[in-house]
Design a protein around this ligand. Structure first.
Ligand code: 3H9
Length: 649
């Protein structure tokens, strides 16, 4: 039974039981109406306590239903019936009450919270607004300011905060269902308050709404939902509950069908599927008590920081004392910066640093269960590191390379215990970027593969398994993306027009601005090395810029000019003259066409990657692009976007 009814004397206890998160799917909505009819008809009852089974009250509406037309009974109607019931309903809230789950609680006459309960309206994360009265009842309970922070600005509140705000009436000292029954009995001795939807709400005035709209629009980064939540809340505050509810429902339904919401739903389910590949079901990972990191450069220090942020003890190895000192200083800088930004306390930053042991050479890594190599991208250097580690580390220790381009089969070739070797490709800055590409070799054991996934979960990262190819999934698509951008240059489209189009699409920067940030010299050196080996690598505009001393931001110029200490790209006549020999006769191209051509190239490469079995699913490719390369989340990823456009014709 998804909705069950039991009796405690004159109090009914309704329990929702719809694992894993008691989502308010159709069966639950029907069940609620059925118990409502039963309790309303039972004149021996005086109140109804509503609780959720399992680890939380309700995680929201059933997101899996949103790809099909809404099915009756609709949630707003169910909630309106609960609010208008003869018997007062008392929500007993534990774990979390999210989205439609909080809206359900708002339709009750009272709310009792367990001490650790938390409350949020996270619909905007899915490109939606609350669609069952959340934007209307919440301001009537806690005021427009606090309600807006929750509905439009992702604020989650604890039980104590909820009590202070008036969102809940009581925080349970003991078991929340029992407390709610006792609360109900006591409440029945007093006159009942008005239903939340019938309560008055103070209008904070036009200036408040305008200021909030400006703030929310700025933070929304092109997303429609946050501002829509404000707009419908404002209608309800200014024109009343009925007008607000009608506006809310209309906006919710329109957003539910939008590309933005479909994209965010796609990522919601992809992100939840990623950590649990079917092939690893039941496979236990290696238990990690200490992790080694070889190399204290930007990448190694970033990985060490990510490990420490997750509470794992770290041994950081460098080849000489000076390099170790630099690595430890980089790491300290990362923790101090986090404390300065208020992300941790100074004490916590110090504790994270205290959990790092520095060591010169590799012998200090002997006690680690996992060692991640993040040294210079050079096959011989990496082989030397693993040759030594294979004898230093215990036979069961996992050996991982963070290589981004070198074939890991070459790195580990001939090593004893090939089953314990794996690629773990982090993205810079590793303490921030969510993506980890997990690259098993032909001999990697399931236990070691499971350890990679387990590590990613512990670090709060998104794991994507990749087969072996040049650049794995992400850098291979990046190469294709850049090649297509350069092909457009040869067709006469200006680099700044391409950058502007991709920024307009939602990237933080375009492909040429990105090259300036990363530095043009590294890929130039790769091409030069290939040429030295006798490979036919055609001249690129990047070659011309580097030869002219323009390596990007670090030299004050690349594709653009940069003023000292300022990362703002400025158009450069000089750069334009340098690349002119490789650029076609100038022509305009509409922004939409530029974007379409680049996305099509990415999706085509993604399809090739799928066809070759390098990636398991289009979802995995989209996760790589969104979490590793800044693809705008509200567009869902190149594979999703291309498929959705194709179904539209
Ligand atoms: C809404 O409510 C709209 C209303 O305003 C209006 C309606 C008219 N639906 O995250 P986990 C699944 S919009 C369906 O790994 P955790 C999830 O896919 C909704 N399924 O667990 C996964 O399935 P599987 C507003 C859902 O413990 C499993 O549950 N609410 C839903 O780390 C476990 O998920 C939200 O946006 C759902 N609502 O975290 C909350 N939620 O095992 C979204 C989860 O098959 N959910 N699943 O892979 C969350 O934030 C987290 O899932 C939660 C649990 C905190 C609940």
């Amino acid at each position: 039974m998804t909705v069950s009814l039991s009796r405690h004397g004159d109090i009914a206890l309704v329990r929702l039981d719809n694992p894993p998160v008691n989502a308010l799917g159709r069966a639950v909505r029907e069940g609620l109406l059925a118990v409502l009819a039963e309790t309303e008809a039972d004149l021996s009852l005086r109140a109804v306590v509503l609780a959720g089974a399992g680890k939380l009250f309700v995680g929201g509406a059933d997101i899996a239903e949103f790809d099909a037309p809404p099915q009756p009974p609709h949630l707003p109607e169910v909630l309106a019936r609960i609010e208008a019931a003869r018997l007062p309903w008392i929500a007993a809230l534990h774990g979390q009450a999210l989205g439609g789950g909080l809206e359900l609680a708002l339709a009750c006459r009272f709310r009792v919270a367990a001490a650790g309960a938390r409350f949020a309206l996270p619909e905007v994360n899915l490109g939606l607004i609350p669609g069952a009265g959340g934007t209307q009842r919440l301001p009537r309970l806690i005021g427009a300011g606090a309600a807006l922070e929750m509905a439009a600005e992702r604020r989650m509140v604890s039980a104590d905060e909820a009590l202070a705000l008036g969102l809940v009436d009581h925080v349970a000292a003991g078991q929340v269902e029992e407390d709610a029954v006792a609360f109900a009995r006591a409440a029945l001795d007093r006159p009942l308050p008005a239903p939340v939807g019938a309560r008055p709400v103070a209008d904070p005035g036009a200036a408040f709404w305008q200021e909030a709209a400006a703030r929310i629009a700025k933070a929304a980064k092109g997303q429609a939902a946050p501002l829509a939540a404000l707009e419908v809340m404002r209608i309800g505050v200014e024109r009343g509950f009925a007008a607000g509810s009608t506006a809310e429902r209309a906006r919710f339904l329109a957003l539910r069908d939008s590309d933005e919401a479909a994209a965010l739903r796609h990522l919601f389910f992809a992100e939840r599927a990623a950590p649990r590949p079917a092939a690893l079901r039941g496979v236990a990972p290696v238990a990690l008590s200490a992790v080694g990191v070889v190399g204290g450069g930007t990448m190694g220090a970033g990985i060490a920081a990510a490990l420490r942020n997750a509470g794992l003890p770290v041994v950081l190895s460098e080849r000489d004392p000076a390099a170790l000192e630099r690595g430890l200083a980089t790491l300290r800088g990362i923790f101090d910066a986090a404390a300065k930004r208020g992300l941790t306390t100074p004490e916590e930053a110090a504790a994270r640093m205290a959990g790092v042991t520095g060591t010169v050479g590799l012998h200090g890594l002997a006690g680690c269960d996992l060692v991640i190599e993040a040294v210079f991208e050079d096959l011989a250097v990496k082989r030397e590191v693993f040759g030594a580690l294979a004898t230093i580390c215990a036979p069961g220790a996992v050996l991982a390379t963070n290589t981004s381009y070198i074939d890991p089969r070459l790195i580990f070739d001939g090593l004893a215990g090939p089953d314990r070797c794996i690629g773990l490709h982090f993205f810079s800055p590793a303490q921030v970027m969510k993506l980890v590409e997990i690259i098993p070799l032909p001999d990697t054991s399931a236990t070691v593969l499971a350890t990679g996934f387990d590590l990613a979960a512990r670090l709060g990262k998104v794991p994507v398994q990749s087969g072996i190819c040049d650049g794995f999934i992400g850098n291979r698509i990046l190469r294709r993306y850049r090649a297509e951008a350069e092909a457009m240059l040869r067709d006469g489209v200006a680099h700044w027009a391409i950058d502007a189009a991709m920024r307009g699409f939602g990237y933080a920067m375009g492909p040429f601005e990105m090259q300036d940030l990363a530095g043009l010299d590294i890929s130039f050196l790769h091409r030069e090395a290939a040429r030295a080996r006798g490979e036919a690598v055609p001249e690129t505009p990047g070659d011309l810029l580097v030869r002219a001393g323009r390596k990007g931001q670090k030299t004050g110029g690349g594709w653009y000019d940069y003023a000292p200490g300022d990362r703002t790209p400025r158009l450069s006549d000089k750069a334009a003259r340098i690349v002119a020999p490789l650029a076609g006769p100038a022509r305009d191209m509409a922004e939409g066409d530029i974007v379409a051509r680049l996305i099509a190239a990415m999706a085509a490469e993604g399809q090739a990657i799928l066809d070759e079995g390098i990636a398991a699913s289009p979802q995995d490719i989209d996760l790589v692009e969104v979490h590793g390369y800044g693809f705008p989340r509200i567009k869902g990823g190149p594979m999703f976007l291309t498929a959705r456009q194709a179904t539209r014709g």
